[in-house]
Design a protein. Structure first.
Length: 129
């Protein structure tokens, strides 16, 4: 099944979010990593119709309202995902894995910047392992 694909590259050029629109689904995920979410999940969590929920997710990401986790191990990126609660330990973290938190624009996560308005639970619960 062919998808209409749109790529969003972070301002610092290090991340690419891919949005694939299929006739019956919308899938969002970071290029080359296993984590992804679906439009219907975003809609269910937000209460918006699917396209509006996807648009809101993209706006939240690009405006720095979502925290991005980059999981690295042995010098390689293992996954990139949205971290719902950066203050809580990551229950899926491997022993040798290092998690870097940042915003879309490349700014490192700082608790004082978090505005507490993370609208959706889209993170690690859908992650691999």
């Amino acid at each position: 099944m062919d998808a209409d694909e749109t790529r969003y590259v972070s301002p610092d050029g290090t991340l690419t979010l891919i949005v694939r629109r299929y006739p019956d689904d919308v899938v969002l995920g970071f290029d080359g990593t296993p984590w992804h979410t679906h439009g219907d999940m975003l809609a269910e969590l937000s209460g918006y119709p699917i396209e509006e929920a996807v648009s809101q997710f993209l706006a939240d990401l690009q405006q720095g309202r979502l925290i991005i986790a980059i999981a690295k191990g042995k010098g390689a990126i293992l996954d990139i995902y949205i971290k719902d609660n950066p203050e809580e330990p990551d229950r899926f973290k491997l022993e040798d894995e290092i998690i870097h938190l940042r915003y879309w624009d490349g700014t490192p996560f700082a608790p004082s910047r978090a505005d507490g308005s993370l609208p959706l639970s889209t993170g690690r619960s859908a992650r691999r392992r």
